[in-house]
Write a protein that binds this ligand. Structure first.
Ligand code: 3H9
Length: 723
């Protein structure tokens, strides 16, 4: 088999079976679509063929249109005749068609199946239209056929959430006609096709059905409600509205008119930056597992079957939970029986929560809990494949633990620390095990947050990096491998986030206005001050000191965080910070913050002509806060802290909640243009030079060089070779 193709075979009783072939997921590359339609035309024209079955190779129907094509061609790379061909060769061609679906039928794959006259699938199959998560909308008729098969409300829900449904749910909804075991899939599909061909079963053409559609006034209410909901959820996004426009046209003027509107809407969505950003994140997220010099050097990863976690606090119990959930045996060590019990109770509570949310059964939770055992000793540590230390951020304590681990663990065991602030080389300084010491930096809550930052030092062996990558995949995290530096990649890149916001407050902006702009208008899950309250002003001050030591040229010391510390307004944990918290932990604005703000402004005395708080637009605020973040990201790329720039995009989205629809921090800057980011930073560097703060904005060498070379920041320009 060479390249994406469809294979046509004539089976008994005149059934033509067309098989989609494009491993690993039978993505609908234009070549595959062309081949599919050639096979269909041949089968439809053949006198020997009575009916047609379309299926997928390798146990999968299709994951939809080949997303890689979106990155190669403008306008989405879509052949506008596909919809016509789906009508004339699949839905209402001379011979009936049946889809035999296994594994997945997503996006365009699902749409091909929807155009067939009937659908049969196996029990484990997932079906859905997840196009919106790529910034587009179904473009092969899905906006028209799905509502006509499953009803308008359910179809809107499936498209807006991008969530697939199970085979059982699909059968209940009328999305598939039968669910049959794997061995019977093809034979049942062929029989259904023959039954339609011979007139024993009615031939249904979904595009012309109306029986599942509500009367127009009710339909309009459903569509308008869906539009309002999606505006409320993400006011920045246009493509959900475009999708619903196509649905609306189809319901009001018929399926054919709907198809025309769908094509227009698709073309518009495909031209937007949102689509480029989301496709970028799709591939970037999968590429984090490929690390130059590690995953391409012929070593085989050793899966972690048993893990010891030192420390049963919030992080330790979260790490243990994430591990037992995927079948890893976990030994939790604490310093006394009381702490140990508290740690084990936390794991139990985490699992109980998952059961409550319907994410797992009670039996599965019990089985997961049975994988944890507790200890106060190191005696069983000789049996584990990996240890993750998750104790408080105390250098000498961590050093003592690693000295002990070197003695009690197998010589090939991975020794990881979950520190977020301490140099990994320092943690292992008193051992001779530097080659197997690594950072496994989880984000809180560790069993929920999707990113694992894997911190390698210059001495960590490739095997240990590879094994930790494998462990990250085992526990279903997206692992990103980074180098050892203050803050590692994620926290380091985001230190200017709160810093920029504090500077704006000192210049006269209201902190609550800043939070509103950053959260509601830009799309972060919360603004910098709400985040500070979550993390704690005490932690913020501690971290700020370490950045001041590491990067004195570009740290702005505001009195704001110090003022909060002095007033014991540490955030959620003390019930007051920038906000005050009610009994439901709801953050409300607090007038008592004002004296702290005033004192900070008096101490700062920053007034920059032309940059008055009252004249700053939303765009100014966003760029003032995020361009220094981009700039720090550029330094991280230049220093080789990340393997590739796109890793920073994934990390910023998964750890900090930077909006995926903006593509991550570096992609966002590229979409705006590196030259623009550079120009604004340079201007602020000049403006703030008189008050000694030029360094906060001074464009990094990487940014300078990328602009001079006219290349994108995400291209990973080799700055050092050009210096
Ligand atoms: C569409 O259909 C538009 C149409 O309405 C109309 C157009 C006009 N294309 O995720 P995994 C690759 S838009 C190309 O690691 P899993 C993926 O990059 C499409 N490649 O495995 C990876 O490659 P690599 C709508 C694709 O088991 C490999 O397959 N469809 C595609 O965890 C394995 O993927 C979607 O949005 C694709 N469509 O999950 C579905 N899909 O190994 C997107 C996957 O080199 N895909 N690849 O890194 C998924 O949700 C998951 O990949 C899937 C498998 C559930 C299929």
């Amino acid at each position: 088999m060479s390249g994406p193709t469809a294979a046509l075979q004539l089976h008994d009783h005149g059934v033509a079976v067309i098989t989609l072939q494009n491993p690993p997921v039978n993505a609908l590359h234009p070549k595959l679509l062309e081949s599919l339609f050639t096979c269909l035309a041949e089968a439809q024209a053949s006198r020997e063929v009575k009916a047609i079955v379309i299926t997928g190779d390798g146990g999968l129907f299709s994951a939809g249109f080949d997303i890689a094509v979106f990155t190669q061609q403008s306008g989405g790379g879509i052949d506008r005749t596909v919809n016509d061909k789906l009508c004339t060769l699949v839905e209402d061609g001379p011979k009936p068609t049946v889809a035999a679906i296994e594994g997945i039928a997503l996006g365009g794959g699902c749409e091909v199946a929807l155009a067939c006259n009937a659908r049969v699938c196996t029990p484990g199959t997932k079906l859905g239209l997840p196009e919106l998560q790529l910034g587009i909308l179904p473009g092969f008729g899905g906006t028209q056929r799905l509502p006509r098969l499953v009803g308008l409300q359910k179809a809107c829900e499936m498209m807006l959430t991008s969530q697939p449904v199970t085979a059982q749910a699909a059968a209940q909804l009328g999305l598939v006609d039968a669910v049959v075991p794997h061995d019977e899939l093809l034979s049942v599909a062929k029989q259904v096709a023959l039954d339609i061909a011979d007139g024993r079963t009615a031939r249904l053409m979904t595009l012309y059905r109306t029986d599942k559609l509500p009367p127009l006034p009710e339909a309009l209410m459903i569509i308008n409600f869906a539009k309002a909901q999606s505006t409320k959820r993400a006011p920045q996004l246009r493509h959900p509205q475009l999708c619903l426009d196509a649905v609306h046209t189809g319901v009001a003027f018929g399926g054919q008119a709907g198809l025309v509107k769908e094509q227009e809407a698709f073309a518009e969505a495909a031209s937007l930056d949102t689509h480029k950003a989301l496709v970028h994140i799709f591939f970037a997220q999968r590429a984090t597992k490929r690390v130059k010099g590690v995953t391409d050097c012929g070593l085989a990863a050793r899966p972690v079957k048993s893990l010891a976690v030192i420390g049963g606090g919030l992080m330790g119990s979260g790490i243990a939970t994430a591990s037992v959930l995927v079948g890893i045996q976990v030994l939790m060590k604490e310093v006394n029986a009381q702490f140990l019990q508290a740690g084990l109770d936390r794991i139990k509570a985490n699992l109980r929560n998952r059961v409550k949310k319907g994410k797992m059964s009670q039996d599965a939770a019990d089985a997961a809990l049975a994988r944890v055992s507790g200890t106060l000793e190191y005696t069983q540590f000789s049996e584990v494949d990996m240890v993750i230390e998750a104790v408080i951020e105390d250098v000498s304590l961590k050093q003592r633990i690693f000295t002990d681990l070197e003695k009690v663990c197998r010589p090939d065991a991975i020794l990881a620390t979950n520190t977020s602030t301490i140099d990994i080389d320092v943690v292992g300084a008193k051992t001779r095990a530097a080659d197997r010491i690594i950072g496994a930096h989880f984000f809180s809550p560790a069993h929920v947050m999707p990113l694992l930052e894997i911190v390698r030092t210059s001495k960590t062996s490739k095997q240990v990096v590879l094994d930790t990558l494998e462990y990250g995949s085992q526990i279903r995290k997206t692992p990103v491998v980074v180098g050892n530096c203050t803050g590692f990649a994620v926290n380091r890149v985001f230190f200017p986030y709160t810093q920029g916001a504090c500077l704006l407050v000192d210049m006269g902006l209201d902190p609550y206005v800043i939070d509103k702009v950053i959260a509601q208008q830009f799309g972060m899950p919360m603004g910098p001050f709400r985040l500070s309250d979550l993390v704690g002003a005490d932690i913020g001050m501690h971290v700020g000191k370490s950045y001041l030591e590491a990067f004195p040229d570009r740290v702005y010391v505001s009195k704001l965080i110090m003022g909060l510390n002095a007033a014991n307004r540490l955030g959620e944990k003390t019930g007051q910070g920038f906000y005050k918290f009610d009994s439901n932990r709801r953050a409300v604005q607090d007038p008592a913050l004002q004296p702290i703000v005033d004192a900070s402004r008096r101490a700062a005395r920053i007034s920059i002509p032309g940059l008055e708080a009252s004249s700053m637009t939303v765009r100014d605020i966003v760029e003032f806060i995020f361009f220094p973040v981009v700039n720090e990201g550029c330094r991280v790329i230049e220093e080789g802290i990340v393997d590739k720039p796109a890793d920073l995009d994934v990390a910023s989205v998964l750890a900090m909640g930077f909006p995926a629809f903006r593509g991550g921090i570096i992609k966002w800057a590229d979409l705006l243009s590196a030259a623009y980011v550079h120009k604004r930073l340079q201007r602020w560097a000049d403006d703030f030079a008189p008050v000694g703060l030029a360094g906060v904005f001074k464009p990094s060498r990487y940014l300078e060089k990328a602009c001079a070379a006219g290349v994108q920041l995400g291209a990973g320009v080799n700055v050092s070779s050009q210096l």
